[in-house]
Design a protein around this ligand. Sequence first.
Ligand code: NAD
Ligand code: ZN
Length: 259
Amino acid sequence: MRDVAAYARDLVQRAERTLTLTGAGVSAESGVPTFRGAGGLWKNFRPEELATPGAFARDPRLVWEWYDWRRRRVRECRPNAAHLTLAAFARDRGPARSCIVTQNVDGLHAAAARHAAADDAAPPHEATAPLELHGSLFRVRCTECGARRDHADPIDTSSTEALPRCERCQALLRPDIVWFGEPLEDVVLGRAIARARDANVCVVVGTSAVVQPAASLAMVTKRAGGVVIEVNPETTPLTPIADVSIRGTAVEVVPRVFA
Ligand code: NAD
Ligand code: ZN
């Protein structure tokens, strides 16, 4: 692994522009379970049965109960060496030369970016914030008027009446998350595709690459003539198109490549 990681490091450090795409695997060593790994299940429901607009319409209390459970688990987790190394890399290179795109909703890249900015005394730059393709566990959105806000406090799920409501229009609030069957937000996806096209190197860390269109970002870089590096302990559907595959965990590999 050492030689492959050294080769990948060379590619990344020389690249004019990089894009790093991360999935649930980058947060596994922070203690956040992946959906497909052990610990991803809740009360015997599969995420595909709960993270849908239909499930929320049928039983908003049940869906909020699951999100409240996930929020509580994630709140106890801290960014790991992979998040922190990527954040320091993004800070040092600047937003024009580096971009982090994540499928995760755990907010750990954003927490690492705040940490990196505090190290530096410079205020966190909005452009170095990660692009969160699937939203955030710690934001809510109104089901009627679409108003969004940060919301990290526990949710009262004791009854449907107790669920959080919009201050403007009193409609139910929902997690600000892209659910199964919902499209990604055009603006966020458009920015991610543009950055993938411009990147000389796309590094894909800890995603099973089965969730589209996020996984196709690596293909965008590749078609535009860039290089794709994969970091994952297992092979994925992306492995055949990766120019470099590093078998290892995010915490083992990312600091070797990006520090
Ligand atoms: P996934 O659960 O489908 O796949 C996780 C991938 O990470 C696998 O390929 C696995 O081999 C790899 N992996 C496991 N441990 C790793 C480690 N220590 N280091 C590096 N890689 C490791 O996750 P996905 O591809 O991100 O897709 C699942 C969807 O579920 C996403 O859309 C995401 O929004 C959501 N999700 C998010 C979180 C989170 O925010 N942390 C957690 C679970 C699911
Ligand atoms: Zn509203």
